[in-house]
Design a protein around this ligand. Structure first.
Ligand code: ZN
Length: 406
């Protein structure tokens, strides 16, 4: 099969581990290489595993951190090399393990990527899994398929950036015949947005600042709207083409921009009707900031800004994953900011999985989530795909996906 394979080289990885363990040196050893190769299909599934032929695989912010920003060190504890990326996937079932139930060959599925205790056959479940928080599973380094927190970061499952990959039966949701495949592409990322809002909802009069109006930011606005949170929201976008999309996603949005340090604070000062203080030229701050900040990019400068845009002792929900290295944490200590990471799906208060709620909403609520897919590429065009996302000002990309010939 054709596969894009990510690797750092055995020598590089071994040297990195020595440096971090004994020398406490976290300097990056090398960029991850990404290579298009012909390789063997993943091995026949274990009894409860399924082989899936890729139809669509999105490029997630996790992938952007690794292949555009080269910021893999921060995520290296959740990966196993060499791996095939692609964690937001739709495909067709081509092989079924002997004990799999409830799915048939040829069915289309959308895949929840996280490989937690249940998928690894571990009983009893670890504490986070047994409380429904399986995205924080303690066994991401456990038995088959081995190290790696999810499909698209695990060396033994393959991923959606290859023709085929493996998934446990608990990870797949079948797509009924009446539903277009396209409708499901954004479900995995929408589940992340829903998880953040369901776990960290605003109070009725909370002021909200959202950093980022890329796909995760826009999906979070849609999640807030569909769940009935009509608070005033300041969206700090990076690009002007994102403005109209943000206004469409939620009715109470005001849009500002993050260009240039300090600019975001001027928009925030106007929005909150609070004074911006420029005590240090490097760090503007607002006395009494927003009640709740959703940070949807993971970009260092934006995460640091989030810690100062939130009011003292208020909450920042860190959602984006484009790169976490070298973030200044002073505000957590000196401003008492409470920081939360919702990670991926889990079990929500009504007993349903976030992934299933996202799926139901994608089918039933007429949410325009599929309209966020602006770019489609064949897997051979991976360089063009990554370039389009790296140069969003020119490409106007929101979400890019690989489509496979099936
Ligand atoms: Zn677990």
């Amino acid at each position: 099969m054709k596969a894009l394979v990510a690797n750092v080289g055995v020598k590089n990885e071994a040297w990195y581990r020595v440096k971090t363990k004994f020398l406490r040196n976290i300097e990056s050893p090398a960029a991850i290489s990404l290579e298009l190769i012909q390789t063997a299909e993943p091995a026949n599934p274990a009894p409860h595993w399924i082989k899936i032929r890729s139809i669509y695989s999105a490029i997630s912010d996790f992938d952007e951190a690794l292949f555009i920003r080269n910021d893999w060190l921060a995520l290296s504890g959740f990966l196993s090399f060499p791996f095939v990326p692609g964690c937001e996937n739709i495909g067709i079932i081509t092989e079924i393990g002997q004990q799999v139930q409830g799915v048939e060959l040829g069915e289309r599925v959308v895949v929840n990527p996280v490989i937690a205790c249940q998928a690894r056959g571990i009983t009893p479940l670890c504490d986070p899994c047994s409380s429904g928080n399986y995205s924080m599973c303690r066994n991401f380094w456990g038995p088959f398929p081995g190290p790696g927190m999810m499909i698209g970061a695990c060396k033994n499952t393959s991923g959606g950036w290859a023709d085929s990959f493996l998934a446990h039966e608990s990870q797949v949701r079948t797509i009924s015949r009446s539903v277009e495949t396209d409708q499901m592409i954004m479900v995995p990322e929408f589940a992340r947005a829903l998880r953040a809002v369901l776990q960290h909802p605003p109070a009725p009069n909370d002021t909200i600042i959202m950093i980022g109006a890329g796909s995760l930011g826009l999906l979070t606005l849609m999640a807030l709207n569909v769940l009935g949170y009509h608070n005033r929201i300041l969206v700090l976008a990076e690009h002007s083409f994102e403005e109209d999309r943000a206004r469409t996603a939620h009715p109470n949005v005001q849009v500002g921009f993050t260009h240039g340090r300090g600019t975001a604070f001027e928009f925030a000062g106007d929005f909150l009707k609070k004074k911006v203080h420029y005590v240090s030229p490097h760090r503007p701050t607002i006395a009494g900031g927003a009640d709740l900040v959703y940070e949807t990019t993971g970009i260092r400068d934006n995460v640091e800004d989030a810690l100062y845009l939130a009011g003292e002792e208020k909450k920042v929900v860190v959602m984006g994953m484009k790169g976490f290295s070298n973030i200044n944490m002073t505000a957590i200590m000196l401003r008492g900011i409470r920081v939360f990471g919702p990670s991926f799906s889990g079990t929500e208060s009504q007993g349903k999985e976030t992934f299933d709620i996202a799926l139901e909403m994608a089918l039933g609520k007429s949410l325009p989530i599929t309209e966020l897919v602006t770019h489609r590429f064949m897997i051979d065009q991976y360089r063009e795909a990554l370039t389009a996302l790296e140069n969003r000002a020119a490409s106007k990309a929101i979400k890019a996906v690989f489509q496979h010939i099936v």
